[in-house]
Design a protein around this ligand. Structure first.
Ligand code: C2O
Ligand code: CU
Length: 477
C-alpha cells in the first residue's frame, strides 16, 4: 500500500497509506522544477459554447512534444464560466480517434446531459475505435457532435469537466481530457474575495512521460496510476509570480489516483497557511483555516492565501507532505500595496443542514477476489440501479471500505455527517460531491435528491478503480 502516514491535526488519527496506486516512472528525463510559468487556461463565457476534442502536441517537457487528447487544443481545456440560473449549452465535437463521454463534475445536470458512461460521442471521422459489446444495454450514442445542456440551477462553485467513458476514463483523462467550469452568482459576487488575476484555478495532476515525450500510462496498474511529475494547469512544477496581497486559489486534485496533503513552505509567520472559503459545492458558511489540506482525487478546496505575510522576494513552495513532493512555487514580488480584498467572517447564509433522513443505505467499496473493484459486491452494470431514492427526499448514505476510495455522487451534493461515528474532519465541511473514504472507515453523508429524476452514478474517483467497475447506478424516481 505504500508508505504509511499518520493523519495529523485532523481531529482523528490513524495509520494509513499515503496513496493507493503504483508509481509509474518517467523514462523521459524529468523536467527542471520551477522553470515553467503557471499557465492560466483561457476562459469561455456565454450560453452556447463549442469545444472541439482533438489531439494536440503540447510543450510540457523541454525539447519534446507531448501528444495529448485535448478540449480545444489545450490541457487543461478552456475554463467555462457560467452564471447561476442561466443555461449553458456546451456542444462537443469529437475529432479524437476514439469515442468520448463528457461529464460535468459537480453539475446538477439532467440525466441525458450528465455523461452517462455508455452515452458515447463517436468520432466525427466515422471510426468508432474500440467499443464494448455483449449483453450490455445500449446508451444514447451520437456521432460527431453532442450538445450537453447545463441548467446551472446551482450555487457558485468550482466544477470541472472530464471524460467519463465506461472502462476508459482513466487513460482519457491521463491524456488530457479535463477542464474547469466555474459557476458564479450574486451571493458570491457580493463578497470582497480576491478576484480577477487574483482568483486562480489550479488543476493539480501527476503524470509520467515516455522517452519521446508522450504521456506514459499502464492500464494494468489496477490500484491506480501515480506519476512522478506534478503538473499544475498542465505545466511541470510551475511558478506563479504573486504580489504581496491576498489570492484566491481554487485547488482541484484532478489526478487519477494520487492524494495530496497540500502545505506551504515556508509556513507563513504566525497563522495558518490557508483560509478555506469553499469546497466542492461552493462557499462554506464561514471560513476555516488549515496548515495543510488533504485533497483526494476530484476534491476542490477554494482557499485564500495572503502573500503579504512573507517578505517580498520570498519564494513559497506548494508542497505535498504525503509523498514529499513539490507541486509549484509562488514568487512574492513587488512592493507592499493596499489590498481591498478580505475574507468576511460570514461567507454564506444559504447553507443549512439537511433535514432528518428518510432512510439509510449502505455501500461497501471493496476489491473482489478476482481483482475487480466492486460496490456491494457488484461490478458496474449500466442500467442496474443499486438504489432508488425518491425526488425531494433526504437519505443517509454510508460508505464502508477497506482501502482508500474517494467516493463521488453525481447530481446532488451531500453533507458529511460522520467518520467512524466521530465528528467530520476539517476537510469535510460544506457541500461536497466527493468524500475521501479511508481504509477501514465508515463515512456517513446526507443527500437530498432534488434536481432531476433518472439514472445517475455513484463511483470511486480513483479513475483506475472506476474503470475496473467500482461504479453503480442509482435511479431518482
Ligand atoms: Cu468526476 Cu463521475 O466523475
Ligand atoms: Cu477506489
Amino acid at each position: 500500500l505504500g508508505a504509511a502516514a499518520v493523519a495529523a491535526g485532523a481531529g482523528w488519527a490513524l495509520l494509513r497509506p499515503a496513496s493507493p496506486g503504483r508509481l509509474l516512472r518517467s523514462t523521459a528525463p524529468l523536467p527542471p522544477k520551477f522553470r515553467a510559468r503557471l499557465p492560466i487556461p483561457a476562459t469561455r463565457e456565454g450560453t452556447a459554447i463549442t469545444i472541439v476534442q482533438r489531439e494536440a502536441d503540447l510543450d510540457i517537457l523541454p525539447g519534446l512534444k507531448t501528444r495529448a487528447w485535448t478540449y480545444d487544443g489545450t490541457f487543461p481545456g478552456p475554463t467555462i464560466v457560467s452564471r447561476r440560473g442561466t443555461e449553458t449549452v456546451v456542444t462537443h465535437r469529437n475529432e479524437l480517434p476514439e469515442p468520448t463521454v463528457v461529464h460535468l463534475h459537480g453539475g446538477h445536470t439532467p440525466a441525458e446531459s450528465d455523461g452517462y458512461p455508455i452515452d458515447l460521442l463517436l468520432p466525427a471521422n466515422g471510426q468508432p475505435g474500440h467499443q464494448h459489446h455483449g449483453d450490455m444495454m445500449m446508451g444514447a450514442v451520437a456521432t460527431g457532435e453532442r450538445a450537453y445542456r447545463y441548467p446551472m440551477g446551482q450555487r457558485a462553485a468550482t466544477l470541472w469537466y472530464h471524460d467519463h467513458r465506461m472502462g476508459a476514463t482513466a487513460p482519457a483523462v491521463w491524456r488530457g481530457l479535463a477542464g474547469f467550469h466555474l459557476v458564479r452568482d450574486d451571493e458570491e459576487d457580493a463578497l470582497p474575495l480576491p478576484e480577477g488575476d487574483h482568483d486562480v484555478p489550479l488543476m493539480i495532476t501527476d503524470r509520467s512521460f515516455a522517452e519521446d515525450g508522450s504521456f506514459r500510462y499502464a492500464a494494468d496498474h489496477v490500484e491506480g496510476v501515480l506519476g512522478d511529475v506534478v503538473l499544475v494547469n498542465g505545466a511541470p512544477w510551475p511558478v506563479l509570480e504573486v504580489a504581496p496581497v491576498r489570492y484566491r486559489l481554487r485547488l482541484l486534485n484532478a489526478s487519477n489516483a494520487r492524494r495530496y496533503r497540500l502545505a506551504l513552505d515556508p509556513q507563513p509567520p504566525g497563522g495558518a497557511a490557508f483560509t478555506q472559503v469553499g469546497s466542492d459545492g461552493g462557499l462554506l458558511a464561514a471560513p476555516l483555516t488549515h496548515d495543510a489540506i488533504d485533497a483526494a482525487p476530484a476534491e476542490r478546496f477554494d482557499v485564500v492565501v495572503d502573500f503579504a505575510r512573507w517578505r517580498p522576494g520570498t519564494t513559497v513552495r506548494l508542497v505535498d507532505r504525503l509523498a514529499g513532493l513539490d507541486v509549484m512555487r509562488f514568487d512574492v514580488t513587488g512592493a507592499r500595496q493596499a489590498d481591498d480584498s478580505a475574507v468576511p467572517a460570514v461567507l454564506s447564509r444559504t447553507l443549512e443542514p439537511l433535514g432528518p433522513p428518510k432512510r439509510t443505505r449502505t455501500f461497501r467499496f471493496r476489491q473482489s477476489t478476482d481483482g475487480t473493484w466492486t460496490i456491494n459486491d457488484e461490478a458496474y452494470r449500466p442500467g442496474h440501479a443499486l438504489a432508488n431514492p425518491r425526488l425531494g427526499e433526504v437519505e443517509r448514505w454510508r460508505f464502508l471500505t477497506d482501502f482508500h476510495h474517494p467516493v463521488h455522487l453525481h447530481l446532488d451534493p451531500f453533507q458529511v455527517l460522520s467518520r467512524n461515528g466521530h465528528d467530520v474532519a476539517r476537510y469535510d465541511m460544506g457541500w461536497k460531491d466527493t468524500v475521501d473514504v479511508r481504509p477501514a472507515e465508515a463515512v456517513e453523508v446526507a443527500v437530498r435528491f432534488t434536481d432531476h429524476t433518472g439514472l445517475f452514478l455513484l463511483h470511486c474517483h480513483n479513475l483506475e478503480h472506476e474503470d475496473m467497475a467500482m461504479m453503480a447506478d442509482f435511479r431518482v424516481e
